[in-house]
Each structure stands twice: as C-alpha cells, then as structure tokens.
Design a protein around this ligand. Structure first.
Ligand code: PLP
Length: 392
C-alpha cells in the first residue's frame, strides 16, 4: 500500500454523506461550496440554484432550515434569509422597482430603509415619504406609476398602526406591491400575509435572533415573488447569512414564543407605570394609543412588542441626557430585541431637522424592555426620572 502524500491527506474532500447519527440540534453546514458526483448533476443544480445547494452565496442547508421555519411562522409560501434586515429590505425594493416607478414610503419607517429608497432616485425611481395618521390618506399619495407601498405597522419611531387590509386593497387596485417590515411584532403577534400584504420583512437581528449576537434579515411571501427576489436582490447584492448566523436564528426561534408572551406582559407593566408619571409627556406604543389605533391593534395584533418611545415633559436636553445616563438597567445602545433593556435618545446633536420632519421633540427617547426583572426596570426608570427631573 502506498502512503498517501501529506498534501492529499490535508485536502481530502469528504464525499460520504451518510451519517450514523441524527443530531437534535441542526448541523451548521459551514461550507462555501458543494460537491457533485457528475457534471450532469452540477449542471442540473446550477440551473435552479434557489432550490439546490451549489454555493452558500445562494443556498445553504442550515439557512434553508431557518427559511422553512420562518415561512411556516408567517404562513407564507417561501422565505429567503439575508445577512441583515437591510440586506432583505434593499434586495426586495431593488428587485420589485424599476426606472420610472414610484415608491411610497409611509410614516416613520426604519431610517436606512428610507435612505435607501431615496438613494434610488439617482436611477430614475420616484420616491415619496408620506406621514399619515389614517390609512385612507394613502389615496392622496398614490400615482399611476406607484409600484411599491412600503411601510411598518407599527412604525419605528411613532409606533403607528395602519389598516393592513385597506393598504393591501389600495395597492391591488393600482397593481402595486405592498412590502411590510413586521419586525416589531415578530411572527408571533402579527401575520400580515394573511391580510393580503405581498411581502413581509423581518430583521432577524431583533427578536428572532433574540440574544444581541447576530445580524440577519428575511423576506417572506408568495413563491414567485421570493424567487424573483432571490434571483436578483439576493444573488446580486450578496447580503448572505452565514450558516452559523442562520443556526443562531434557529436557536433564537426555539424560545421566541415564550420570550414574546413574557415581554407582552412586561411592557404593559412598564407602560402602566410610565403613563401615570407627570414627567413623561407622551408615550408612543399601541397599548396606550388612541381608540382608532387600539381598534387596529385589536384587529391585527395578538400581543405587543416591547419597543416603544416617549417624550419627556421637559425638553431641556441636559435633563434628557441625565435621565439616560442615570439609568442602571437600560443600557445605551442601538438595535433591540435582545435580552438587555435599552435606551436611545432620538436627538443626536445634529439631526433636529429630521426630528422636526418626523414630528418628534428633542426629548424623544426610544426604550426597549428586555428580559430583566420587571420590578427592577420600573424602579430604575423611577429613580432616573427622580434624578433628572426631581421627585414627583
Ligand atoms: C433593525 C431594523 C431593521 C434593519 O435590520 P438590520 O438587521 O439591522 O439591518 C429594519 N427594520 C426595523 C423595524 C428594525 O428595527
């Protein structure tokens, strides 16, 4: 028997795929490329890469498991996962819109999503950002060439809900797509596809990942639309989820329902405490919104997300800063949806024009309630308000 050469030992391709075990947790298929028995098999797979494993920039078995789980959770035909929420958003918009089309961006959508849409004007795409309080007002902003109505419900900074069925109806009447970012409620509390929305987007970086350790995104909808987004937006932009990050999202999904039901209770407790507090002027969250908004919440949400915002009564930014700095259990940081409670002032020193445009005061702060003890969080808010604004 000839001794194999060291280079050949080091470069062995393991062609045997039968395994003598079935792991309880899915495998992380950490490979960039896949092996084929024959040229014919390679050609057949390459022709339909969205349904076969050729290269991980296209499809990967660990990511595929996550996609199947997300499609089921949203009652959608198909899902494609991306390297971030913005990867999913940009791929969807870029795929569905073309030169000469109009995109309607509604209310306070995620800042980068709006920036991306505005960026497309350089390619001859027309974009409007409309701030509306009643779904019917959308009618005023529709154009003959409107191709996408893009929105969140509730929206990112003011947490306003829209009537999904009404939006879907208006879009259908002019042949436009509805694209809805549903990250806030997660697939546990809201199912936009069931109400006629065409494309649902999630940032997996938030509740689904759930542990502040990954970025990821997903697009879910009818197979034909998701396949188109795969062929164009996913393949060209290359915002690919690594197998390990897809695996971490699957791990996050294991506890998503429990976390969401818990947070749905805790956010009510926190809001009940804050809404009594005279030092808090206004809270933006469907739980404490007006009747119209509550009716929409009743119709579309089966629970609440724990991200909200509020305006402090005193607009003096030194005091707002002090409030933020004195908090011990709410950390200052971006993103949300993880285990840790967060606080983030919307005023960043140089964005007053943007705040005014969005109808927000300087004292607007975004709060995320995490998995700490609820009493600890409520006491923390109270002591910090005491320090910044004096005892009530
Ligand atoms: C975070 C977020 C996004 C963007 O997701 P990334 O994974 O950070 O790219 C989009 N929409 C909403 C509502 C978000 O909160």
């Amino acid at each position: 028997m000839t001794t194999p050469k060291v280079e050949d030992i080091c470069t062995e391709v393991f062609k045997q795929s039968e395994k003598p075990y079935i792991p309880m947790s899915p495998e992380i298929v950490q490979t960039s490329s896949f092996y084929f028995e024959t040229y014919e098999e390679f050609m057949a797979f390459s022709e339909d890469e969205k349904n076969h494993y050729v290269y991980t920039r296209g499809s990967n078995p660990t990511t595929k498991k996550l996609e199947e789980m997300l499609a089921k959770l949203e009652s959608g035909e198909k899902c494609k996962v991306f390297g971030s929420g913005m990867g999913a958003i940009s791929a969807a918009i870029l795929t569905l819109a073309r030169k000469g089309d109009h995109i309607l961006m509604l209310n306070t959508v995620y800042g980068e999503a709006l920036s991306f849409a505005n960026y497309l004007t350089k390619f001859g795409i027309d974009v409007t950002n409309a701030n509306i309080s009643h779904t019917g007002d959308i009618q005023d902003y529709l154009q003959d060439n409107t191709k996408i109505i893009y929105f969140e419900s509730p929206s990112t900074q003011k947490f306003e809900l829209l009537d999904l069925e009404e939006v879907a109806k208006m879009a259908k009447s002019i042949g436009a797509y509805t694209v809805m970012d549903a990250t806030w409620a997660s697939p546990i509390f809201q199912h936009p596809l069931k109400h006629g929305i065409d494309v649902v987007i999630h940032s997996l970086s938030k509740y689904i990942g759930g542990h502040s350790d990954i970025t990821g995104g997903a697009v879910i909808g009818k197979e034909a639309i998701v396949d188109e987004i795969f062929e164009c937006g996913h393949q060209y932009l290359g915002s690919v989820s690594s197998p390990f990050n897809s695996w971490l999202s699957i791990r996050g999904l294991r506890t998503l329902p429990v976390r969401m039901h818990h947070l749905n209770q805790v956010v009510r407790q926190v809001l009940d405490a804050l809404k009594q507090d005279p030092r808090v002027d206004r809270i933006y969250h469907p739980y404490v919104a007006n009747e119209d908004q509550q009716a929409l919440a009743e119709k579309y949400l089966s629970g609440y997300g724990s991200l909200f915002s509020m305006e402090l009564a005193d607009e003096d930014f030194e005091r707002v800063k002090q409030f933020v700095n004195e908090l011990q259990h709410f950390s200052i940081g971006v993103s949300w949806g993880g285990f840790e409670s967060l606080v983030l002032p919307s005023f960043k020193g140089n964005n007053i024009a943007k705040l005014n445009y969005r109808g927000l005061k300087k004292s607007h702060v975004r709060m995320y309630v995490g998995l700490e003890n609820p009493e600890t969080l409520i006491e923390d808010l109270s002591q910090s308000l005491d320090k910044a604004y004096g005892k009530r």
